[in-house]
Ligand binder design. Structure first.
Ligand SMILES: [Zn+2]
Length: 418
């Protein structure tokens, strides 16, 4: 699936993982589960899911010995959004409104006056069995903002959105219509709705922009760009001897990763241990293998906005189109250390990938991502990198197509290099 199609179709983390799995299945990856014994074969490709929002896909090398190691590319599949609450629909001043709970840290005002879509997962009972499936409304919704005449100082004071009442979505002019009644219509006869996880998303399709079409405008670039690069690179790669190459997409980074499907959960370690157990290699243990392994944690990075240069340390201000961003932080909000940084630079040099440094200002708190969680729980050498972007956590973000290609090249180099 090409990048823009992936962005357009990955409207929730459920859809992002489904699209990723479809790409894997098309190339012959086989699904594994923890419930069954694994018989892994050289040169074969596999994947395993943790629920519907986290997946680990990997390729076996042609030759496996006790020198085995893992090479991992990791990203998060979630993004800031508005999640529909239980009993969400209410009637007020002639409008049916849908109330949501804020997920992660969106730029609230960017959600106003946008065409919004609505999608997610239904869990229902049929013939005594609990089942689930993805749903998407074909309708558009909106959160209109207040006119300038009713807030005369808005351009001087900025838009302040109260997330409790200012992000309710206009659903219908008819009091009979509710979000729940739409969900009921999605069910077939004999299906009994048990619960749902529904969210709103930017319905405007992704597009190329700029005179040379060098930029990408889209919702959810953070971090679907990394998910797409990880899966694409895995599909293109033939692992080096003794290297098991894997791409792992986790949910829940935007809310701290400490969940069953998050990077701080048990999933990845359990999978790696299961791979080792199934190979039955003599005199080998997971900690020893992980010491010799390498992980690239991929998450988007802040590019310099030319109108606000003071927000960056000017010596460490990545630009759109300037290449993959290497993230460093002395407080270890990023997992990068001197060795993982050196390994990254060597990979870039050998593969002809351009890169740029990011260090945040001392007077500006630094963000974080899944790299530190993975490095701390697995003990695997890890580097934090990302594609530079603007408008991070806006409903519509901006990045450069060149950087996406560079990121794919980097991950291919990780998988191929001996
Ligand atoms: Zn991110």
């Amino acid at each position: 699936m090409d990048f823009l199609s992936f962005l357009n179709n990955s409207i929730t983390p459920y859809h992002a993982i489904k699209n990723s799995v479809n790409m894997l299945l098309e190339q012959g990856f086989q699904e594994l589960t923890f419930q069954k014994i694994w018989h892994l074969e050289p040169s074969k490709s596999y994947f395993i899911k943790q629920g519907p929002t986290t997946v680990f896909a990997f390729r076996m090398p042609q030759k496996i010995s006790t020198k085995l190691r893992f090479k991992l590319a990791m990203a998060h599949s979630d993004f800031p959004t508005l999640k529909v609450t239980p009993r969400s629909t209410f009637y007020k001043s002639g409008v049916q409104l849908v109330h949501s709970e804020v997920y992660g840290s969106p730029l609230y005002h960017s959600w106003l006056d946008r065409d919004l879509g609505c999608a997610g997962l239904l869990v229902y009972e049929k013939d005594g069995q609990m089942q689930n499936r993805l749903v998407q409304s074909l309708k558009k919704f909106n959160i209109p903002q207040l006119a300038v005449h009713l807030q005369r100082n808005v351009n001087q004071e900025g838009i302040k959105v109260d997330p409790q009442k200012g992000l309710d979505v206009f659903w219908s002019s008819n009091q009979e219509d509710s979000l729940e009644s739409w969900l009921q219509q999605e069910l077939a006869p004999g299906e009994d709705l048990l619960d749902y996880d529904i969210q709103f998303f930017d319905a405007q399709p992704a597009s190329y922009g700029g005179v040379n079409e060098e930029w990408i405008y889209s919702g959810r670039l953070d971090n679907l760009a990394s998910c797409h690069a990880a899966i694409k690179a895995l599909l293109k790669s033939v692992p080096a001897p003794d290297s098991i190459c894997g791409a792992c997409l986790f949910n829940h980074e935007e809310i701290g990763s400490e969940t069953r499907e998050g990077a701080r959960g048990p999933f990845l370690k359990a999978v790696l241990a299961q791979i080792l157990e199934s190979l039955q290699l003599p005199n080998i243990n997971l900690a020893g293998i992980l010491e010799n392994s390498f992980a690239i944690s991929m998450d988007m990075a802040h590019a310099l906005h030319p109108s606000y240069p003071e927000k960056h340390d000017i010596r460490h201000a990545p630009s759109l189109g300037g290449g993959v961003v290497l993230k460093q932080n002395a407080q270890k909000r990023y997992a990068t250390d001197v060795f993982s940084s050196a390994t990254f630079k060597r990979l870039c040099r050998n593969a002809g990938v351009s890169f740029q440094d990011f260090v945040s200002r001392n007077d500006m708190p630094c963000g974080s991502t899944i790299g530190p969680s993975i490095a701390a729980s697995l003990g695997i050498p890890t580097v934090d990198v990302g594609e530079p972007m603007l408008s991070m956590h806006s409903i519509r973000e901006m990045s450069a197509s060149k950087d996406h290609l560079e990121m794919i090249l980097l991950i291919v180099a990780l998988f191929k290099e001996i």
